[in-house]
Write a protein that binds this ligand. Structure first.
Ligand SMILES: Nc1ncnc2c1ncn2[C@@H]1O[C@H](COP(=O)(O)OP(=O)(O)OP(=O)(O)O)[C@@H](O)[C@H]1O
Length: 673
């Protein structure tokens, strides 16, 4: 929020009015005194007239130039307009107080409009990173009709309003301009079409309110960001017609009609300012629609714009009441706040992006803190659940591997047990080896009999030629790894090869019954070894079983935890849904209430508008009545003056007659004998 900036400017005294002779209007004993930003009415002899002084943002005395006024009050607005803010500057004051002088100026000292036009183009030129499009229009409000000053066809244009453009004058010509000179040409054209007229107080009095408007559109030169919007701002420079008293301006006929409209629309402007200056609660309906001027200036009055008002005043004593009225208007305007924002137009994509963000923010707000907490809990539970699912899968895999290992071990154990039993029950004979592979397993690879077979390559073997002579040609030699691979990972098979020297001669041993003793020894050793292996395998199996049981237990625990988490999750979800439904119901309820209130409001607004119209009519009638009363009073004054003159004449006639009579009487008495 930003207050309207208000300045007061006193023009130099009118040389005719400074004339102290009767009718000259000057030479009174009261005057306005300026002290920095303070204006006080003083008796030249007796000091300040009772009443508070008026204080404004800026006060200019007769010596102030247009350059100074512009620099102090308007220059900053131009920068803001080029940056995308709306801005308005207008001159308000009684007739002949210097409004047109302030807005248009002279060749020697140009006013606000020409200076602003130059500044706009200079600022645009200095803004390197944006592209600009400047359009201008010029209109007047004459007798409550809006006329386009740039074309003679544009008469009585209607005011329209829509969401996109707000309040606008339909059919108003807008010229695209590239330089200040182009604008000055258009302004000249407008000045020709503008309504001026001669009154007793101003040989060239503005009979209409004029609004010169510049629309400045800009976009970034490098559109890297799709969200980069187009900026559209409006600068209004307004020269109002002056309020006037008919007895002073001596208006009649057309001028009187014009004055009626001027005074009425200024009254409406005053009403809007009064309402806006009231505090929020008392303010109520703002009657912008009561006049075209207030409707067009609506954004500048308490809306989306930066606004400066320059109130012009006449210093002469004969205008003290009008000046006081202007200062009161200015004081109220000082209390009005505007809310200016950069005006941006977004592309559809950017708008969508922005709206999505806003909806997301609203959704968050709607859900409130409690459901936000719930959402976090749900999220945490979901995370926990996911973690425990992963853990469960990992354990299941481990369990599966353990199971496989156990089965392999069990299988291996059974095999070995079978083998052991077989060995226990027999003295080894080739016939007992029913499975030829079993027998093969006990044999040292015999290179003579199996020419293409593999042999474990061990240095020990090669040294020990007695048991394992090296073959002449090593075409197929396997090292430890290949052997292990061939024996399905059972290293014991490789170790068994140490026994092969005995078995190398198995054919002759088995045939020779006398050599049974050493065979028995070998068998026992082998049995012991197998038993040892069995015991180790059994131990491994038991350990594996224990691990399996522990894993199963852990898995069950996890399963329980998982299901309890799922239960919690569904509870939270249910609670969150309930809460959202509750909030939605509250929202629906609020919307319904809002709709009802809006309906009520619009009805009240209609009532208020009706009342305002009635009030205005009554005020109009009152004005007429007051005028009549004034006229009657004037008549009474004239009659009583004539009456007193007559009375004086009669009295002196009577005195004269009386004196003559006395004289006559005296002369008659003297002539009596
Ligand atoms: N500050 C000033 N310095 C010098 N002359 C001024 C100044 N202000 C006004 N004048 C002169 O006073 C006269 C009336 O001024 P101007 O026409 O600007 O008044 P106005 O308020 O626009 O009147 P109206 O409402 O009737 O149009 C003009 O001759 C103008 O040159």
């Amino acid at each position: 929020m930003e207050k309207i900036s208000v300045a007061v400017r006193f023009r130099p005294p009118n040389p005719a009015a400074a004339d102290p002779s009767p009718g000259g209007g000057g030479g009174g004993d009261r005057e306005w005194r300026i002290d920095d930003t303070r204006v006080t009415l003083v008796h030249r002899a007796a000091g300040p007239v009772p009443g508070a002084p008026f204080v404004f943002d800026h006060v200019f005395d007769r010596t102030a130039t247009n350059e100074r006024v512009y620099g102090t009050v308007v220059r900053d607005l131009i920068g803001a307009v080029v940056d995308g803010f709306n801005a308005t500057a207008f001159a308000y004051g009684q007739t002949s107080s210097g409004k047109t002088f302030t807005m248009n100026g002279s060749d020697a000292d140009p006013g606000i409009i020409p200076r602003a036009v130059r500044d706009v183009f200079d600022t645009v030129r200095q803004t390197d990173d944006r592209e600009f499009l400047v359009r201008v229009s010029y209109m007047e409000i004459y007798n409550e009709d809006i006329n386009d000053l740039l074309t003679l066809e544009g008469r009585r244009l209607p005011i329209k309003e829509n969401l996109e453009r707000g309040v606008y004058v339909a059919g108003l010509r807008e010229e695209i301009v590239n330089s200040a000179e182009q604008v000055f040409e258009l302004l000249q054209l407008g000045e020709v079409n503008r309504h001026f007229g001669e009154t007793n107080m101003n040989a060239r009095s503005s009979r209409s309110h004029t609004i010169f408007r510049m629309v400045i559109e800009s976009s970034a030169k490098n559109k890297l960001d799709s969200e980069d919007p187009i900026r559209v701002s409006v600068l209004n420079l307004v020269d109002l017609a002056g309020s006037e008293r008919n007895n002073k301006t001596g208006t009649e006929g057309v001028r009187l009609n014009e004055a009626g409209h001027i005074n009425k629309s200024l009254l409406m402007l005053g009403n809007v300012i009064n309402k806006l200056s009231e505090s929020g609660k008392q303010r109520g309906h703002i009657p912008y629609r009561d006049s075209k001027l207030t409707r067009i200036l609506q954004p500048a009055l308490g809306g989306n714009a930066k606004t400066s008002i320059i109130c012009t005043a006449a210093p002469e004593e004969m205008h003290i009441e009008e000046t006081r009225g202007t200062l009161k208007f200015a004081s109220r305007a000082k209390c009005v706040s505007n809310c200016a924002q950069v005006n941006e137009i977004l592309t559809d994509a950017a708008l969508l992006k922005r709206q999505k963000r806003e909806i997301e923010e609203l959704r968050k707000k709607l859900q409130g803190s409690h459901s936000e907490g719930l959402e976090q809990v749900v999220l945490k539970l979901r995370n926990d659940m996911h973690k425990s699912e992963l853990e469960r899968d990992r354990l299941a895999m481990e369990l599966e591997e353990e199971r496989k290992l156990r089965m392999t071990l069990e299988h291996h154990l059974t095999e070995q047990q079978k083998l052991l039993e077989g060995l226990d029950n027999t003295s080894i004979s080739a016939d007992l080896f029913t499975d030829s592979t079993q027998l093969d397993a006990l044999k040292t690879p015999d290179f003579k009999y199996i020419p293409d077979g593999f042999v474990a390559y061990r240095s020990r073997y090669s040294n020990d030629v007695e048991f394992s002579p090296l073959p002449e040609n090593f075409d197929n030699i396997a090292n430890d790894d290949v052997w292990t691979c061939l024996n399905k990972g059972c290293v014991t098979d490789l170790d068994m090869l140490e026994m092969t020297p005995g078995l190398k001669r198995e054919a002759s041993l088995l045939q020779d019954a006398t050599s049974a003793a050493p065979l028995q020894e070998l068998t026992d050793a082998r049995c012991q070894r197998l038993e040892k292996d069995c015991a180790t395998d059994r131990q491994q199996l038991e350990e594996s079983n224990v691990r399996c049981a522990a894993l199963e237990k852990e898995r069950n625990l996890l399963r329980d935890k998982n299901s309890s988490l799922q239960q919690e999750l569904s509870d939270s979800k249910r609670e969150a849904n309930l809460l959202v439904a509750k909030k939605q119901a509250q929202l629906d309820d609020s919307i319904a209430r809002c709709v009802a209130l809006e309906k009520e409001l619009s009805m009240s607004r209609q009532d208020a508008e009706r009342l305002t119209t009635e009030k205005q009519e009554l005020a109009g009638e009152l004005g007429v009545e007051r005028q009549k009363m004034e006229e009657l009073k004037q008549d009474i004054r004239l009659i009583s003056r004539a009456f007193s003159q007559r009375e004086g004449q009669l009295t002196s006639l009577y005195s004269k007659s009386k004196a003559i009579l006395e004289n006559c009487k005296a002369s008659h008495v003297a002539t009596l004998p």
